[in-house]
Design a protein around this ligand. Structure first.
Ligand code: TTP
Ligand code: MG
Length: 399
């Protein structure tokens, strides 16, 4: 079923809050960031008003450089608590328009309005009403993009900033994307852009015109990912899961068990399901927790934190197995096993797909995800991880 996704991003957020709280600053260049100390300050610009952007000032620029560009601007230090308060107001307004709300940063959120748009007279009318309510409640402007997927909605909201509203209907996605630079593709960072440019690919349209196979041959699964995005194919659901603190799966055995093979299989399938959920939501986790409930209902947890966050089944299973092996159940039967991941991080916007970490990403996971999408989650289980089980140290021999 075609979806309708709305992406909202506040305009010059911190600076706009400052201008709203200090009416005498409206219409003037306002720079929020480190103390410029007369041009000797060492921090950076958090953001600046659109009036300041005309001088070439932007987020992450050294504050000393901003000072050089415009020493007469109004320089203010960030007031985090105030911005968080306004952010909550904005999210509260959005939540009235659909229950499927996913906040992705302090001033940005996705809303799945597929089923609620009718109640507000259609997507465009809904967007106008959201903008009006935000302006009334907070005195701030925002930009909205509406499209059949998250990827396209996010690009659309950025296109006519500030105070923008861009709708991309179902049939026009590819035409909309074609002239845009490849750097707008999720995962296409500064390392990836030159590689594509060397192939004569500069716009998303150039990429869409490439044969899928050519991209796969050259870049593997990443190539397929780019090809899909270039054609507007992005099925990521809108969900608030990754703003939650953890994700988990658990399973109670039909009968309490002491069978090591059964425990091992269960743990594997829990890790597989959990990793699949994480990938669907584009999150990775750094802390893995194993939960064990014995037949007498006593419950234990064992955790470990990784250097870098993961979303692969193999890595989850590896750590969950080691945690399990380190637990001495003293011969007791097991009633329930659970696996949880926490310290979640979101992939979007921060990841360049050609980093060594991404290159290591388990290819098997990708293939299995495709099969699951087509045939359902139970269609496939990972035999490879169960091989060599006889010589593995999976469960320490209990005395
Ligand atoms: P953005 O939405 O990226 O920027 P913005 O809202 O200021 O401007 P735009 O109209 O282009 O959306 O970021 C939201 C807030 O996050 C921003 O107001 C300040 C903060 N921020 C930083 O502190 N440092 C940064 O490098 C960036 C990009 C943002
Ligand atoms: Mg913004």
């Amino acid at each position: 079923m075609p979806r309708t996704i709305l992406h909202l991003d506040m305009d010059a957020f911190f600076a706009a809050v400052e201008q709203s709280d200090h009416p005498e600053w409206r219409g003037k260049p306002v720079v929020v960031g480190a103390d410029p100390r007369g041009g000797r300050g060492r921090g950076v610009v958090s953001t600046c008003s659109y009036e300041a952007r005309r001088f070439g000032i932007h987020s992450a620029m050294p504050i000393s450089k901003a000072w050089k560009l415009n020493p007469g601007a109004i320089y203010v230090q960030p007031r985090g608590r105030r911005y968080a308060e306004v952010s909550r107001q904005v999210m509260e307004i959005l939540s009235h328009f659909s229950p499927d709300l996913e906040q992705i940063s302090i001033d940005e959120a996705f809303l799945d309005i597929t089923s609620t748009q009718k109640l507000f007279g259609g997507a465009e009318a809904m967007a106008k009403r959201i903008k009006a309510e935000i302006r009334k409640e907070t005195n701030l402007s925002c930009s909205i993009g509406i499209a059949p997927s998250k990827f396209v909605a996010k690009i659309a909201s950025d296109l006519r900033k500030p105070d923008g509203l861009v709708l991309v209907p179902e049939g026009e996605v590819e035409r909309f994307l074609a002239p845009l630079e490849i750097a707008r593709l999720w995962g296409c960072g500064p390392k990836t852009v030159p590689l594509l440019q060397a192939m004569g690919i500069f716009t998303i349209g150039d990429l869409a015109a490439c044969a899928q196979l050519e991209l796969i041959n050259k870049f593997g699964q990443v190539g397929l990912h780019f090809w899909r995005l270039a054609h507007g194919l992005d099925e990521r659901p809108v969900s608030d899961d990754h703003s939650a603190k953890s994700m988990s799966r658990e399973s109670t055995f039909a009968a309490d068990t002491g069978d090591e093979e059964e425990m091992r299989q269960t743990l594997l399938s829990l890790c597989d399901d959990l990793a699949y959920d994480m990938r669907r939501h584009e999150v990775r986790g750094r802390t893995i927790t194993l939960k064990i409930r014995l037949a007498d209902f006593s419950t234990f947890t064992r955790s470990r934190s990784l250097e870098t966050a993961t979303d692969t089944s193999a890595e989850l299973f590896h750590h969950a197995s080691e945690l399990f092996a380190s637990f001495n159940r003293k011969g007791a039967r097991i009633r329930l096993l659970g696996v949880a991941v926490s310290q979640l991080q979101q992939g979007e916007g921060q990841m360049d797909l050609f980093t060594p970490e991404a290159a290591r990403k388990d290819k098997v996971d990708r293939i299995m995800d495709d099969v699951r999408k087509k045939f359902g989650t139970r269609a496939i289980s990972r035999a490879s991880l169960l091989q060599n089980r006889r010589d593995s140290q999976w469960i320490r021999d209990e005395p």
